[in-house]
Design a protein around this ligand. Sequence first.
Ligand code: FE
Ligand code: FE
Length: 164
Amino acid sequence: MAQASTLEDLYVDELRDLYSAENQLVKALPKMAKAANSEDLKAGFEEHLTQTEGHVERLEKIFDALDKSPKGKKCKAMEGLVEEGSEVIKEEMAPEVKDAALIAAGQRVEHYEMAGYGTVRTYAELLDYSDAAELLQSTLDEEGETNKKLTKLAKKLNPKAVEE
Ligand code: FE
Ligand code: FE
């Protein structure tokens, strides 16, 4: 991997990192949905899978406009977050407690994505890529909404885990 010597290089590097992260999530979210016990949580993960496929497409659009490949980077942070998620899936837990743990894993992922998209959105603005900045803002908004939905689900579901 060539050294990032300009903000433009760093921008492309960060976008590739996110592309890897989103593709890892496309594989992980169906497993999270399958492991969820609450129907609402299951539906939430499934809905976010559809959005995540859209996030991959937005990144591809941005790379197309740059005439560059989105591939070439592995997001190690997302690898770790997904690994922690699969530990939750494997672990033996009361259903209500498992849902609480799945929500916690999901919120870590959303916060990680929010940090990444906030950064590249701002880089896109600085570099005068206004179309890309808009696309990245749309994804950032969806990650934020998903995080809020998970907070709502936690408020609704986690009290049921207290008695366990
Ligand atoms: Fe995403
Ligand atoms: Fe997300």
